[in-house]
Design a protein around this ligand. Structure first.
Ligand code: GDP
Length: 301
């Protein structure tokens, strides 16, 4: 992820570092190049503008330009703004970022478009909560429209020893969700993960159904799963879901194949919601917490 951006910024900063003294126009020129690099990485235009304006207002001051290492100072300012843009300081290294601070069983609702990686991410998160946080997790698929969807979650559960709510043919999403919650209560589960149906596009029927499930189970976390390869579309999808059903965090998938990183970079600023986890492969253990600090370091080298 971020290979192209990282390479371009590396070149700009290399030149800045090499120069002893910097003038205001040197900084402006460097920031022009940073701007182009961010736009080429598919970062949303308003986000780029805010970022560049923020860096500029701090970097062209006399205290920076007259310092002993002005290049380093400008790079540090870019770094700090990048961390901010990615969502600020994150929590401890091993946290999943998922808030389970409620009376168990805690309902976690997984929402997003079809093909975004929702079902895979549901199993990945369940496994992570089981292995890293020693939680007892039950998964349930509410996707009654795609014939194989419920089966897919069941198989993922079987393959990874994650309990899955038994399938009852003909039951509708809200009823499955209620049954899952009931089963989780009776079974002494800590978390119940509800994998909702997706559609190819954001539409009214999808939103109404997600809202109905949300109202029925009152989820503690609603995680929007978005495919980073779709760039700004992923950000727009997240924005729509947040406006219509309210999300508490984002799971960004297929980051392993995303050389540009525009969705990761714009998501927080556009939606106001944090990226909590990133999918970095097809396997069930290919899930990582999203740490703005570490991502910024990866970009800036
Ligand atoms: P859903 O329709 O949203 O439930 O999507 P699925 O969970 O079925 O995922 C669709 C495809 O994307 C599957 O082939 C997954 O293996 C793949 N996938 C999901 N997450 C990732 C990821 O982080 N990286 C990669 N490379 N593939 C992923």
């Amino acid at each position: 992820m971020f290979e192209t951006l990282s390479g371009k910024l590396g070149d700009v900063f290399e030149r800045l570092r090499k120069r002893g003294a910097l003038t205001e126009s040197d900084v402006s020129e460097a920031l022009r190049e940073v701007r182009v690099a961010l736009l080429e990485a598919d970062v949303a235009l308003p986000v780029v503008k805010t970022f560049i304006d923020g860096v500029k207002s701090r970097a062209v001051g006399q205290d920076v330009l007259r310092s002993v290492t002005p290049g380093q100072q400008v790079i540090k300012i870019v770094h700090d703004h990048l961390v901010e843009m990615l969502g600020g300081e994150a929590g401890a290294e091993d946290e999943s970022g998922i808030n389970l601070n409620a009376v168990p069983p805690v309902p976690v609702l997984m929402v997003g478009l079809q093909g975004s990686g929702k079902t895979t991410s549901t199993a990945k998160i369940a496994l992570r909560l089981m292995n890293k946080e020693r939680k007892k997790v039950l998964m349930a698929s509410l996707d009654v429209y795609r014939p194989a969807a419920q089966e897919q979650l069941k198989i993922l559960g079987e393959q990874n020893s994650i309990p899955v709510l038994p399938i009852v043919a003909g039951q509708m999403p809200v009823d499955i969700a209620k049954r899952a919650l009931q089963a989780a209560k009776l079974g002494g589960y800590d978390v119940v993960m509800l994998d909702t149906a997706g559609r190819l596009h954001v539409d009214e029927t999808l939103m109404l159904e997600v809202a109905a499930v949300r109202d029925a189970v009152q989820p503690h976390e609603t995680l929007l799963v978005a495919d980073s390869l779709t760039g700004q579309d992923a950000v727009n999808v997240a924005k729509s879901f947040n406006e219509r059903v309210g999300v508490t965090g984002i799971v960004l998938t297929r980051v392993d194949g995303d050389g540009r990183g525009g969705a990761a970079l714009s998501m927080r600023a556009v939606t106001g919601k944090p990226i909590k986890l990133i999918g970095v492969g097809e396997k069930v253990d290919a899930l990582e917490p999203f740490h703005p600090q570490r991502i910024a370091q990866r970009i800036l080298g």
